[in-house]
Design a protein around this ligand. Structure first.
Ligand code: SF4
Length: 122
């Protein structure tokens, strides 16, 4: 007997409501997606939901108190909170270059967290 799971596509502002029919571990059909990206998202979301993390980290010696950072790739959704907590405890020192790794291999995910802008020394 098949089951249907429901997801909201986050690929664009349209926010298509997706339905994934499964039987055991097999995905039978994806519906509700207005484009191919939605199909890909639904299949990924069903077996291994992932998200990019974007936030800010404290920085000293810079013109601004916080530096914007992001994961260089998506991380498993269930570790997002722990990644944010690890970043919350970081204290960077200016200068920092765009793309500089500020947290390598975040929580063993294999994904680095990098600076999304440069920040010079004050
Ligand atoms: S399925 Fe395509 S059109 Fe719909 S929300 Fe996702 S990316 Fe946007």
């Amino acid at each position: 007997m098949s089951e249907t799971s429901h997801y909201l596509c986050i690929g664009c502002p349209l926010g298509c409501r997706l339905e994934v029919d499964t039987q055991g571990d097999e995905i039978l059909e994806v519906r509700g997606n207005a484009c191919k990206r939605g199909d890909t998202f639904a299949r990924q979301e069903h077996v291994d939901p992932r998200r990019f993390v974007t936030t800010t980290v404290a920085i000293e010696g810079a013109p601004w108190p916080r530096l914007p950072v992001a994961t260089a790739g998506s991380v498993p959704k269930h570790v997002m909170r722990e990644v944010c907590e690890a970043l919350h405890g970081l204290r960077l020192e200016a200068p920092v270059e765009l793309g500089q790794v500020v947290l390598p291999d975040a929580l063993g995910t294999g994904i680095d967290v990098v600076a999304t802008r440069s920040m010079e020394r004050r």
